[in-house]
Design a protein around this ligand. Structure first.
Ligand SMILES: O=P(O)(O)OC[C@H]1O[C@](O)(CO)[C@@H](O)[C@@H]1O
Length: 578
């Protein structure tokens, strides 16, 4: 992709969306009409919380998290400050940037990094959003520690993972630079967070104070997304100017004829109410990480009170007969890139009666616009579903269970063993409620619980590798073919701050397979009595407990000490389970 920072001659043009909604069109039109009659757009921009929920406390919470609506305009004024900081970082001799955080604090940087090439004035960037010791080690070994700028990003300043990452690398850099260590560290957090105190005490080079009224998953166009983007060399002014064009198209300056966020949100909300609640995202390879951002936005915002829209990202696209009647397909790609294979599949899906939505961007600089369109659409779909899009009540349940387990670790030196294995075969151990004489029988019994409209969620508490990615995709394809249910997949603990909300708070339609592994090369956390590996195991166990408290159908598979080999064994057993 040449010259991604050079805007095509299309600035301020909102990318086109086409919605082919088939037999759902009439109901969607009726809902749009209903929203127009009650001046929804005006109420939306005036933060009238009664458009979403009726409970007074929820309304107050909702109003206090709508700062994202105008954050792109605010951030345009901050561009010189951010660009000045980038200059300063380069003059100080930094050669690499590592952004560390969870969920909304790192999702936009992940998307920016994989959708753009590094800009000519940018620095190489890595993102750390896992407690997996193998990944922490990989990052440590791949960057020039003394010349790396570490960004610790946490809105609340209390999330356990970013604080652990910060402490770990601070300790490593201190061993190289002594009391100059703070020079290599930057914080992005909310004003008044506890982390501000720590970063000040530890002499961080810079503390960017974000906005209390912008929630994590709505923070892509704030300091959280833009400081890393600028350091990577992306033209953030252009990204923001286009975002402001989308704001205007969505009605920030008064009523509009066609509101791109409203029409998308109403369609998704009504489709979900009618059982088309699996938003299946199809993208070209160059946008492969966009799904991670959308997953968090949509699942964490809508997956609650037994309702929600399940984002299905990264699933191998197939032919119509593979799918049930629970899908809406969304294609996000580029106007000037044909991506014929996917587009032809989508045509066949549309002909078979599935709703299909297509959004075509001009170039990656349109991503800011798309972030904004999807934020509005998610908030609007939440209004259709009558839920508060800005809280994540069930995420806390896993965190609480993990905290309790970590106390046990501190007292007893290890995690408690709570479940007995059902099957052990070729170094792989299976834990679940159903039974089977061997792995194949057990998998057959587990999937025997699936019914139309369900989904499989794969939770990989593993070190991401291309080989594992391939095997996980194979697993999804095999389950789709054998059971015709939607499949989602995420690395742990990343997904805990994303789809984890939907898993516990959404409808009881999920079957969950959790993969864990031994950590022969674990890493000690400085100033703590435990390792990254133990922390990660406690997160897996804590979330499993939280899922089981909701009676979700779960299967934990411990892959032993070789994740890739173990996964091949599972795939073979699944093949035999037909
Ligand atoms: O930026 P913070 O406060 O560290 O939170 C990280 C993520 O954790 C969550 O609160 C949920 O776990 C997300 O909504 C958020 O983006």
């Amino acid at each position: 992709m040449a010259n991604q920072n050079q805007p095509a001659n299309t600035a301020a043009v909102v990318p086109a969306a086409t919605l082919h909604l088939g037999r759902y069109q009439a109901d969607i039109d009726a809902k749009l009409q209903e929203f127009n009659v009650k001046n929804f757009t005006e109420g939306f921009w005036n933060k009238e919380a009664s458009l979403w929920v009726q409970d007074a406390q929820a309304q107050q919470n909702l109003r206090s998290f709508m700062g994202w609506l105008r954050v792109a305009e605010t951030m345009l004024e901050a561009v010189p400050e951010i660009e000045q900081f980038v200059q300063e970082a380069k003059q100080a001799g930094f050669k690499h940037v590592v952004v560390m955080g969870m969920g909304g604090s790192t999702m936009a940087p992940i998307v920016f990094k994989s959708s753009f090439e590094q800009g000519p004035n940018g620095l190489p960037m890595s993102v750390l959003d896992t407690t997996d010791p193998g990944t922490v080690r990989q990052i440590e070994e791949s960057v020039p520690l003394a010349d790396t700028l570490f960004i610790v990003a946490s809105k609340s300043g209390t999330t356990a993972e970013p604080l652990a990452f910060g402490d770990y690398f601070y300790d490593r850099v201190r061993q190289l630079k002594g009391d100059k260590v703070g020079e290599n560290f930057v914080a992005i957090t909310d004003p008044g967070s506890k982390f501000v105190e720590q970063a000040t005490r530890e002499g961080y080079r810079r503390i960017f104070l974000n906005f209390a009224e912008v929630g994590g998953r709505f923070s892509a166009l704030s300091y959280f997304g833009l400081v890393p983007a600028a350091l990577y060399g992306i033209n953030i002014r252009e990204v923001l100017e286009r975002s402001v064009a989308m704001m205007q198209a969505c009605g920030s300056n008064g009523p509009v004829e066609q509101n791109p966020g409203l029409e998308l949100g109403v369609a998704l909300g009504v489709l979900a109410q009618q059982g088309r609640d699996k938003l299946t995202l199809i993208v070209p390879e160059s946008l492969s990480d966009l799904g991670l951002w959308l997953e968090q936005l949509i699942a964490e915002s809508t997956g609650k009170e037994g309702k929600g829209i399940l984002p299905v990202a990264g699933e191998p696209a197939g032919e119509p007969e593979l799918y049930g009647h629970d899908r809406v397909f969304v294609y996000v790609g580029y106007r000037n890139q044909p991506d014929q294979e996917n587009r032809q599949k989508l045509e066949r899906l549309e002909q078979a009666g599935h709703p299909v939505i297509t959004i075509l961007m001009n170039d990656p600089l349109d991503l800011g616009q798309e972030f904004f369109r999807w934020e509005v659409a998610t908030a609007v779909a939440s209004a259709v579903l009558e839920i508060n899009p800005f809280d994540q009540p069930n995420v806390q349940e896993s965190k609480t269970a993990t905290d309790r387990l970590m106390k046990v670790v501190q007292e007893q030196g290890k995690l408690p063993q709570t479940e007995e294995p059902k099957v052990q075969e070729q170094g792989v151990t299976y834990y679940t409620k159903v039974s089977g004489g061997n792995a194949a029988e057990l998998l057959k019994a587990f999937f025997g619980q699936a019914k139309a409209g369900d989904f499989l969620n794969i939770q990989a508490y593993l070190t991401e590798t291309p080989g594992l990615n391939e095997s996980l995709q194979q697993l999804r394809a095999q389950v789709q073919q054998q059971h015709h249910i939607a499949t989602t997949s995420g690395y742990g603990p990343r997904f805990l701050h994303s789809t984890g909300q939907y898993h516990k708070g959404g409808p009881d339609t999920g079957l969950f397979i959790q993969f864990t592994v031994d950590h022969p090369q674990d890493l000690q956390l400085p100033g703590r009595s435990y390792t990254f590996g133990t922390f990660k195991n406690a997160q897996a166990q804590g979330d499993l407990e939280a899922l089981q408290n909701y009676n979700r159908r779960t299967l934990r598979i411990h892959l032993g000490n070789d994740a890739e080999q173990g996964l091949h064994t599972v795939l073979a057993a699944l093949g035999a389970a037909k």
